[in-house]
Design a protein around this ligand. Structure first.
Ligand SMILES: NC(=O)c1ccc[n+]([C@@H]2O[C@H](COP(=O)([O-])OP(=O)(O)OC[C@H]3O[C@@H](n4cnc5c(N)ncnc54)[C@H](OP(=O)(O)O)[C@@H]3O)[C@@H](O)[C@H]2O)c1
Length: 257
């Protein structure tokens, strides 16, 4: 089983790094994608190798069509297979702006990174997986989309982010529906408030909200919390589920009275 390959986008830092390291520890070869932070990507690779695993870093901006194609080519050239794609790369708006003020530039940057890029990367990887299945190279490939509680929780000061994640939820269902006949299960992992660079600018706000009981489990989530869910999916612990949402949010998602 040591030859299984995971492609994790945005694995240089944060949740993506946590997922890459956990998959590496579970004996997956890991393709560590990053956009610009080569040093951080190399640290992810080094952490996996230090644990006895196999990993390489692959620079590609998932918003750019030629980069997506090159990423897949390079991963295939190195490993000859992709067994799981984890669409993790994502950005928050560079500046939080009210929906009445948000600019076209911010909208496009967030939607291109969080939805359009993952959609077309998934389309290409799914077609590659179908070919690899037909060739008998891989057995039960999977696609995992890292969305957010923002897929359903409204934050009017970063509406484009919420819309991108809501779109990713439908993207999960569409690919789950279309790919079931090939035996490719597609899942959405929905993290809550996770301590990473992305949330480092709003630490105090979330510290108080969590202390006041925003989440039944009163603590920040960590990349490893998300990674454990992804490893469970990668290891086929939900074989008769597809289009499924896994909430990793300390219980944020349910109504309370
Ligand atoms: N943190 C949270 O509370 C939270 C909650 C729910 C969902 N999420 C989602 O979880 C995912 C990871 O978030 P995070 O908090 O770990 O973010 P992060 O710490 O800011 O890391 C973002 C990662 O995405 C990569 N990236 C960004 N744009 C890219 C692009 N165009 N092409 C390729 N890679 C790109 C970055 O690469 P470089 O290092 O090269 O820049 C980095 O590896 C995102 O989809 C985010 O929306 C996060």
């Amino acid at each position: 089983m040591a030859d299984r390959v995971a492609l994790v986008t945005g694995a240089s830092r944060g949740i993506g790094r946590g997922i890459a390291v956990a998959l590496g520890a579970a004996d997956w070869q890991v393709a560590v994608n990053y956009r610009g932070n080569e040093m951080a990507a190399n640290q992810t690779v080094a952490a996996i190798q230090a644990d006895g695993g196999t990993a390489h870093s692959f620079q590609a901006d998932i918003t750019i069509s030629t980069d997506r194609a090159r990423l897949i080519d390079q991963v295939m050239e190195r490993y000859g297979r992709i067994d799981i794609l984890v669409n993790n790369a994502g950005v928050a708006p560079s500046q939080r702006m009210d929906v009445l003020e948000v600019t076209v530039e911010s909208y496009e940057q967030v939607m291109d990174t969080n939805l359009k890029g993952p959609f077309f990367l998934t389309q290409q990887v799914a077609n590659m997986m179908i070919d690899l299945l037909r060739a008998g190279t891989i057995e039960s490939p999977k696609i995992v989309n890292i969305s957010s509680i923002s897929a359903y929780a409204s934050s009017p000061n970063r509406g484009e982010y919420c819309m991108s994640k809501a779109g990713m939820s439908m993207m999960t269902l569409l690919f789950a529906d279309r790919l079931a006949e090939y035996g490719i299960n597609v899942y959405e992992v929905r993290p809550g408030i996770i301590a990473t660079d992305m949330t480092s600018t709003v630490t105090e706000k979330y510290d108080s909200l969590i202390a006041e009981g925003l989440t039944p489990i009163r603590r920040w989530g960590h990349p490893d919390d998300v990674a454990k869910a992804v490893v469970a999916l990668a290891e086929n612990y939900l074989p008769f589920s597809t289009g499924e949402v896994i909430n990793v949010d300390g219980g944020f998602h349910f109504r309370r009275l």
